[in-house]
Design a protein around this ligand. Structure first.
Ligand code: SF4
Ligand code: SF4
Length: 610
């Protein structure tokens, strides 16, 4: 397509001759690409009508029920010998005195009412192959191995509570206990005295200084609220108790703030401390424990003689996440929790199609959010299950095994596990691209040192033909900026400038690719060789790349290209890289003006053909 409206006539209204000349260039560029176009086919995959849900906590159970309700076979597995996950560690939840054992019993009864949910306890995944619609998974239960074929996978492996020996005296001083233990004792007749004094320490093992090795830097999200709930529960049952809450910041959400107000009304004392001077917990003389803390607000050192210290400890990812991440090739973040495709736009998807995630597997969260995510993940998983087929993108990578040298660069670079090196005859390993998983970003093609990868619909020949067409007819006195823009952000940003008629100089000739990750050093050098006065690559903002990190991959290539440009004797300013989003039409127009001024100051490229 030659976009001679938004990218030309609407944005150069007072430069009619130059706009006409640009329109002719854009048409010539489109024709140059069209001559090389080939029909594309979308790969179609049949979807196996069954799901594997890993983790039988509240999120996993909710996902399993939602999928089973639509009539699909579900295999629900858990490494423990019971369902319920973290619920088993608590006695009551949400301060409505709902007993967790009753909740687990209700869930068990509900699950057993489904003929199409196969519950496998004390089981774990030991191997998995395949892709969306066709996963072959091996489940180990004791010594028995079961091979399953499933169409989709939901990961709901949950989180665990930290129990670190020595943390504020935990497991060294018997009266230092966790919130789970506190919850248990509150609900056990005679387990706590009627008029004891408590110091509840928040952020125990959470939000640690990131400069420390192995620091748990994350906020565990729910512990402030849970600590308040347990305190109110205590005061309900033992109203004579005295409670101090030692906190850095109180992070309670929505209606949970009412619990804070209620606790204050009931006489709970809140003491703020600084991260650099955390409370010190020692064995006491007059009482079981002494807590020394610098009150940040009073600016005074306080010594609290208490009967119990209760720790609102961090939620941590299970160790088994690492193995599962390797088996399914799904990412974990620095903390060890699984990493969703996008926290806002795709919170229950992995980048790899057909694998979804729910609950505290990605981060600590309350039970209601975990249940909602279980439903969300099921809804996503049901899309391919219900349709029965999945059509893959037609724009995919294809590897020429004869040219490939098996270096594995593409395998490392691909964010979708869509390309892998396989053993070939006579030791000639080569890469194979999976058309079902490939998202068509082109990062692999731009980075392949052997030039073995062809990106359908965005081949090197097509891009180079557009570059040559854009620069084939350049009046000597007019600067020419060759621009390569990503489909999702900067091309749309230029469109939005056009729709709003933001006027800009007619210096730019733009080429659309799916992602800046597709832009290779060869494309840039060819544009300079053809006489471009400036080469400008523009994509999504860092963190917003439609393909995870294509713009970051290009950033590395940009640094290399910049050095080559300098060595070739060109001013480095002649090569530009910007990030402009789809909504930043005014910024696009301003950038065109700014770059035009730069290129006018620099003068024509010395490589321009005379
Ligand atoms: S980067 Fe290129 S040469 Fe290396 S394995 Fe991939 S396709 Fe083959
Ligand atoms: S085009 Fe992108 S998604 Fe497809 S194999 Fe290459 S790097 Fe992976």
């Amino acid at each position: 397509m030659a976009n001679i409206r938004e990218h030309c006539s609407w944005v150069h209204q007072s430069a009619k001759d130059e706009a006409t000349s640009k329109a002719m260039d854009l048409v010539r560029m489109a024709v140059a690409k069209s001559r090389l176009l080939e029909p594309q086919e979308e790969a179609v995959t049949e979807i196996e009508p069954s799901a594997l849900v890993i983790g039988a906590g509240v999120a996993g159970i909710e996902a399993a029920k939602s999928i089973a309700k639509k009539g699909f076979q579900v295999y629900l597995i858990d490494k423990d010998d019971t369902i319920g996950g973290y619920l088993n560690r608590l006695t009551t939840v949400n301060f409505d005195f709902k007993s967790t054992s009753d909740m687990i019993e209700d869930l068990r009864n509900e699950l057993s009412s489904f003929d199409n949910i196969d519950l496998m306890l004390e089981s774990e995944v030991t191997d998995a192959k395949g892709s969306i619609g066709d996963f072959d998974v091996v489940i180990k239960t004791g010594k028995k191995k079961t091979e399953l074929k499933v169409g989709v996978v939901v990961v709901a492996t949950g989180a665990e509570a930290l129990e670190e020996k020595g943390l504020y005296g935990l497991k060294k001083i018997p009266e230092v206990i966790t919130e789970e233990e506190f919850n248990h004792r509150i609900n056990t007749e005679g387990a706590l005295p009627d008029d004891a004094t408590y110091a509840v320490i928040h952020c125990a093992g959470s939000r640690e200084d990131e400069s420390l090795e192995g620091a748990r830097t994350w906020c565990s999200g729910i512990c402030c609220t849970v600590a308040l709930e347990h305190t109110l529960e205590l005061l309900e049952k033992h109203p004579e108790s005295r409670v101090f809450h030692l906190y850095r910041d109180l992070r309670v959400h929505y209606t949970s703030e009412d619990k804070y107000r209620e606790a204050r009304k009931k006489g709970v004392v809140f003491i703020r401390f600084d991260q650099d001077s955390p409370p010190e917990v020692k064995k006491g003389d007059s009482t079981a424990v002494r807590v020394e803390v610098m009150d940040q607000i009073l600016g005074a050192q306080l010594n609290l003689d208490v009967d119990y210290v209760v720790l609102a400890t961090a939620m941590i990812p299970p160790e088994t996440n690492k193995e599962l991440a390797e088996i399914f090739k799904i990412p974990t973040n620095m903390s060890g929790f699984f990493m969703e495709a996008h926290p806002k736009l795709r919170p229950v998807d992995f980048q790899t199609d057909g694998i979804y995630v729910a609950g505290t597997a990605t981060a600590p969260k309350p039970i209601d959010e975990s249940i909602a995510q279980g439903r969300g993940a099921a809804a996503r998983a049901l899309v391919p299950l219900v349709s029965g087929i999945r059509k893959a993108e037609a724009i995919v990578s294809v590897v020429d095994p004869e040219v490939c040298v098996g270096c594995g660069t593409c395998e490392i670079n691909c964010s979708y596990n869509a390309i892998e090196v396989v053993p070939g005859d006579g030791g000639h390993d080569y890469a194979v691209s999976n058309a079902v998983l490939c998202q068509g970003c082109g990062k692999c093609a731009a980075g392949c040192p052997a030039g073995a990868i062809t990106m359908k619909h965005f081949t090197d020949d097509q891009i180079l033909a557009q570059i040559r067409a854009a620069l084939s007819d350049m009046p000597a006195n007019r600067p020419r900026i060759l621009t390569i823009v990503c489909n999702w952000c900067s091309y749309a940003g230029a469109d939005s400038a056009g729709v709003s008629r933001f006027q800009q100089p007619p210096t730019v000739r733009d080429i659309r690719v799916m992602c800046t990750g597709r832009v290779s050093v060869t494309h840039i050098l060819e544009a300079f060789r053809q006489g471009a006065d400036m080469v400008w690559i523009s994509g999504c903002h860092i963190g917003d790349c439609h393909y995870v990190d294509g713009n970051i991959a290009f950033e590395r290539r940009y640094a290399i290209a910049k050095k080559i440009v300098e060595k070739a004797g060109l001013e480095p300013e002649r090569l530009q890289f910007t990030q402009i989003s789809a909504s930043e039409g005014p910024i696009w127009a301003e950038k065109v003006k700014e770059l035009t001024e730069i290129v006018e100051k620099l003068g024509p490229s010395p490589l321009r053909k005379k």
